[in-house]
Structures are given as C-alpha cells and as structure tokens.
Design a protein around this ligand. Structure first.
Ligand code: UDP
Length: 450
C-alpha cells in the first residue's frame, strides 16, 4: 500500500478503557493496512498514547469529567456521564473535520465503540454513515436481550441471583453467569444496556470474534437484525500493532520468563478494571505458592481494595516463593502469553484476555468478576472446554489443586490439547479463505462503498 494514494478516511471513536482502546487501535491498524486513512477521536480521560501509532492521527476532545467521576469505582455510571458530556464536543470536532476534508466525501464513516454511542447523532446529522464496534462477545449481547425481557416481565431482580439453574435460552449459562455488574444500581445498569443495544441509525456491527468459537451466536444475531455483522477476530493477530497500554509495561518479566522451563509458568492477571480484597489476595498468594508452579502475577496499582498493591501481599509470602514468583504492576500481556514458558492463565476472562489466550493456545483458570466476564468464563470452561472455572469463594486449597490440574495433571491434558486446537482454528479464521478473513474483506469493501 505504501506510496499509493489513500483517498478515504475513517473516524474511530474508542471508549476510554484499556479493554476498549486496545481493540480499537488494532482495528485502526488493520484498516490502515487496507489503504484507509485513520483519525482516532478520543477523550482527555485515559487518552491513548499516540507515539506508538505514527500512521494514525489522534484528536482529543474535552470530556469535563470531575475527579470524583473519574475515581468512582462505578464505571457503568461513568459511561453514562461520558456520553452526556462528550456529545457536544464530539459534534464540534466532527464538524471541523468535515470542513477540513481534503476533498468532499473524504471521510467515509465513523466507527464507534458501543459504549461511545454519543457519536451517532452527530454522524447522522452530518450525513456520515456510522458503524458500531463491539469489543465483547456476541453471546453476551444475546443474553442481555434476555435480561431486558425478563426485567420487563418483572422477573429481574432474581430471588436468587446466584442460582445454578440453567437459562432456558442460553444453556449452559446459568442464572449466576448472567452479565450483571453489581457496582451500579440496577436502573443504571439497565439504562446502559438499553443504550448500547440501541443501534440507532448505524449501518453495521463489527465484533472481535470468530466463527471457530461463536459461529452459532453470530448466526443467531444476524437473523435478529437487518444490518450486517462482521466477525473479524482475532484482530490483534491480523496485523502487528504497538502497545496501547495506559500503564507502563514492566518488560523485566520477559527476562524472568526466559529462565523458566517451557509450559511451566502460570500467568495471573485480572485485567485493567477488576479489583479484589486483601482476603482474596491472601488466598490467591498462598494457593499459587503451595502449587509449587512458577508464576508471573500482575498486581495492578489500585486493584486491591484499601491498599497499595505490594503491601497487601501476605507476610512471609515473598520469602516462601523466592525466584519462583515474579510480580509486576503491568505486563506486556500479549508477549507474555506468547512466551514458551507460559502454560496457563489465571484470568478474570475479559474478552481481550480470552481472545489473546486462545490465540496462544494457553489454557485458562477462570476467575470472573462482573459483567461479560461471567459469560465468557462459562463458555471457556463448558463450551470451548479450554479452561477450568474457579467458582465460589476463593480458597487457597482449591486454587492450588486447580493450578496443578491445569498445568501438570493428566486430568488437565484434554483441556490443554483443546486450547492448542483452538489456537490453530483461530489462526485459520484470519488466514485467506477463513471466515474472519472474508468478513474483513467485506467490511473494507462496505466502508469504501460509502
Ligand atoms: N493487559 C496488559 N497487561 C496487563 C494486563 C492486561 O497489556 O498486565 C491488556 C490485555 O492484553 C488486554 C487488556 O489489557 O488487551 C485488558 O482487556 P480485557 O478485555 O482482557 O479486560 P478488561 O481490562 O477490559 O477488564
């Protein structure tokens, strides 16, 4: 593509959270590789570092968030506030971009994260087509539809939200696996679900998913809606992209990994948002220590309620594990998962982490916290069968046993084999002729047709 004229531009609008910024910038890199110019319009809050993405243009819009709004643990309410506060700044920004076009019609469309739905009215009023990018899985979207129906029928809130009863429409999901988030009041959660499900006048939906894991859900969704659904994942494997981490990655852990034996290390991370308490941290620490497996553990600043990370680790733990454990504040996760020493991933099952694990054939120990993570954990363990689900209160003995089972025991062998099989299948999806490869080709043609 180098040297050729790029005549069409796409405006990308991520939602300002790590698990949304990463896939949006990966999508930007893909569309750039297909000959499109890319402008990323982002909020000041959690603004992505442009330096690693020289081919993309970055423009910041004011979000006017207060410190209290930013520091609140209730991110669902924050999403609603962001949508209120960003609509006008985005409209002004887009109007300016339209005026500055090199030629009329240069801007082909706006692609916005489903959480950044403030974009759609401005795009529509300026007669620009818009496309939604959903960074989670399709099954969560389908289950949220069921949740809305049950709520309308007065059956939510459930008398027992932790019920093991299967959901009739989405087995093997149980009531307790439904994507509730308990840090926001119910009305706020349902307001957000309604807002993100509303496709407004957008013309298509893009998903970072693929047929090898979600073919039936994609088909079901496509039957329900009139606009095209493009499953183009695993997107981080389509073209190489630089890191878009908001925290500094500690690369020293890669040297530590180099010293470990192949497939021996369990990598532990609960992503960018989930938090835990000191009691759970102690169970996790001793479970890992007693398993005798080497581990690489991301203890993110602020992820332990009420304390600064490292101080919350139990007394005597570091001395006990010595060189067998490596603890960092943030890791280059994709590289970590691709390292030959890593043989398992204790994860909160964020969608990006899950896709990244699948792509490296790394089996998972699922410890979901909220929302779509619960749906994904159930799918990892009971549909794709590439992991074990750690349920109930976290207990050091159970963790120790599960780590051993996943990493070394005969019982875990099938899970490990299944993970390796999925890795191959995921790669095939983006290889010429694969389902995501075809979907991406259609998406690019669709965008260029605007
Ligand atoms: N990540 C990372 N380093 C870490 C932990 C996470 O680079 O130490 C990245 C990870 O690769 C993924 C993203 O952060 O791309 C987290 O997204 P995910 O959807 O898994 O979870 P969320 O943070 O949204 O809960």
């Amino acid at each position: 593509m180098e040297g050729q004229q790029r005549s069409r531009r796409v405006i990308l609008v991520p939602s300002p959270f790590q698990g949304h910024i990463n896939p949006m910038l990966q999508l930007g890199a893909i569309l750039y590789s297909k000959g499109l110019c890319i402008t990323v319009v982002h909020t000041q809050y959690n603004s992505a570092d442009a330096s690693g993405h020289p081919h993309l243009q970055f423009i910041s819009i004011p979000d006017n968030l207060s410190d209290d709004e930013i520091s609140s643990p209730d991110k669902t309410t924050l999403v609603l506030i962001l949508n209120q506060k960003c609509e006008i700044p985005f409209r002004e920004c887009l109007t300016q971009l339209m005026q500055d076009q090199a030629t009329p019609g240069e801007i082909a469309c706006v692609i916005y994260d489903e959480l950044s739905y403030f974009c759609e009215p401005a795009a529509h009023d300026l007669r620009l087509p818009s496309v939604i990018f959903r960074t989670s899985n399709v099954i969560t979207f389908l289950v949220r539809g069921t949740m809305l129906r049950l709520r309308a029928e007065g059956r939510i809130p459930f008398s027992d939200p932790m019920s093991e009863e299967l959901t009739p429409e989405h087995p093997p999901l149980r009531i307790k696996d439904m994507p509730f988030s308990y840090f926001a009041p119910f009305e706020v959660l349902f307001e957000m679900i309604n807002n993100v499900r509303n496709m407004r006048r957008s013309l298509a939906i893009i998903y970072n998913t693929m047929n090898c894991i979600e073919e039936s859900s994609i088909t079901k969704l496509q039957q329900k809606i009139q606009i095209p659904v493009f499953g183009i994942g695993p997107i981080h494997k389509v073209v190489p992209t630089s890191s878009s981490s908001l925290l500094e990655e500690d690369a020293n852990c890669m040297q530590w990994l180099d010293k470990q034996t192949p497939n021996s290390v369990i990598y532990v991370s609960l992503g960018s948002m989930a938090s835990t308490n000191e009691k759970e941290i102690a169970e996790m620490a001793w479970g890992l220590a007693n398993s005798k497996q080497p581990f690489l553990w991301v203890v993110r600043p602020g992820s332990i309620q009420g304390s600064e990370c490292i101080e919350a680790l139990p007394e005597g733990f570091k001395e006990e594990v010595e060189d067998r454990g490596c603890i960092v504040k943030w890791a280059p996760q994709k590289e970590v998962l691709a390292h030959k020493a890593v043989g398992g991933f204790l994860s909160h099952c964020g969608w990006n982490s899950t896709i990244e694990s699948i792509c490296e054939g790394v089996p998972m120990l699922c410890r979901p916290c909220f929302g779509d993570q619960k749906v994904t954990a159930r799918y990892v363990s009971h549909v794709w069968k590439m992991g074990l689900h750690l349920e109930n209160e976290l207990d050091r003995k159970e963790l120790e046993k599960s780590v051993r089972m996943l990493m070394t025991d005969k019982e875990g062998e099938e899970i490990r084999e299944r993970a390796m099989k999925l890795k191959v299948e995921a790669q095939l999806c983006i290889t010429e002729g694969g389902s995501s490869y075809r979907s991406l080709k259609e998406l690019v043609e669709f965008i260029k047709s605007f």
